[in-house]
Design a protein around this ligand. Structure first.
Ligand SMILES: C[S@@+](CC[C@H](N)C(=O)[O-])C[C@H]1O[C@@H](n2cnc3c(N)ncnc32)[C@H](O)[C@@H]1O
Length: 298
């Protein structure tokens, strides 16, 4: 040991590793408040008044049901991660929503980030996490497949409830994202036929076409089982298929995904990859690289 066990630095290190070891409690607490629909209970049409756990509880469960103390534990935990504000008054703890918490409030279209939270904590995904180290030992099989017997999308399609949740989760995330993107992005000039690859229920295309009537036709391309359930959208045709086998023709291909492999052979116009979608959005100069005319993979 380089230093004494009792130095402040080592004490902090031990606390830090314990916090990391227990970190699962944070997303699980988040998952719990989403399942209980705490955000809507506090929001109450925009009131967002600070409420105690005992005041929130009857808004979640039939009168007399539930445990306010356990609810408060969840609220306190998530207050320390910026989801709720904690208001201390006369020894009582009350909670309102922060901006982060407000993303879980159901909007007038029935959307929020709540389904995105649920989607990430579905049983099949949770089963895959303890297998992550196997990806180092043998990268030929993804942890999801190791845990569930087949790759993620094949599995989703056999479990319609998972697929439905995926579509709702993507709508909840993508509608506000595309709304913000369309305020600043002007790369669609000259495009009359736009193909959205992996377009899910077609929300992105619908919003792009509403904003840019010069785009006469949209093709929402996704797996057959996904487009089979997609709603009708004016000027949009849903086409089912596997993008690794073919992609419908268009003046431009739009793609908004979080992570996907093997795209090298696809002519891509816009890719928003990874966790930094809002960072890209925040820096308007970054949008230059998404200009459809460049037609390159970035
Ligand atoms: C992360 S979601 C993105 C959905 C949408 N672009 C958005 O941002 O809201 C990825 C989409 O890719 C679709 N997908 C996955 N594999 C595909 C494939 N081989 N061919 C076509 N679509 C695929 C999924 O069904 C899913 O709708």
């Amino acid at each position: 040991m380089e230093k004494e066990e009792s130095t402040e630095q080592r004490k902090q290190a031990r606390l830090a590793i314990m916090e990391l070891a227990n970190m699962i409690s944070v997303p699980m607490a988040l998952n719990a408040v989403v399942r209980l629909n705490v955000a809507d209970a506090i929001w109450q049409g925009g009131a967002n008044n600070p409420l105690s756990a005992a005041e929130i509880l009857p808004r979640l469960l039939p009168a007399g049901g539930g445990d306010a103390e356990n609810l408060q534990r969840l609220l306190r935990m998530l207050a320390s991660y910026g989801v709720f504000y904690e208001h201390l008054s006369a020894g009582e703890r009350k909670y309102s929503l922060t901006d982060v918490g407000k993303t879980l409030v159901t909007d007038e279209q029935g959307l929020s980030y709540a389904h995105y939270v649920l989607q990430h904590h579905q049983d099949a995904l949770m089963r895959a996490w303890p297998m992550v180290h196997e990806a180092v030992v043998d990268p030929t099989k993804e942890p999801f497949e190791r845990a569930n017997g087949e790759p993620a999308y094949g599995y989703y399609l056999k479990h319609p409830e998972m697929n439905d949740l995926m579509v709702r989760a993507m709508s909840g995330v993508s509608v506000p994202f595309i709304r913000a993107m369309l305020e600043g992005y002007d790369g669609f000039q000259g495009v009359e036929k736009l193909v959205d690859v992996g377009g899910s229920g077609g929300d992105c295309l619908r919003m792009i076409l509403e904003k840019h009537p010069t785009i006469k036709e949209g093709i929402n391309f996704d797996l057959p089982e996904v487009v089979a359930k997609a709603p009708q959208i004016p000027f949009v045709t849903h086409v089912g298929g596997d993008m690794f086998k073919f992609i419908p023709q268009g003046d431009a291909i739009f793609m908004k995904i979080l992570a996907i492999h093997g795209l090298e052979r696809i002519k891509v116009v816009l890719i928003v990859v990874g966790r930094s979608i809002y960072d890209i959005l925040a820096d308007s100069r970054s949008w230059r690289f998404t200009d459809w005319k460049e037609s390159k993979l970035y």
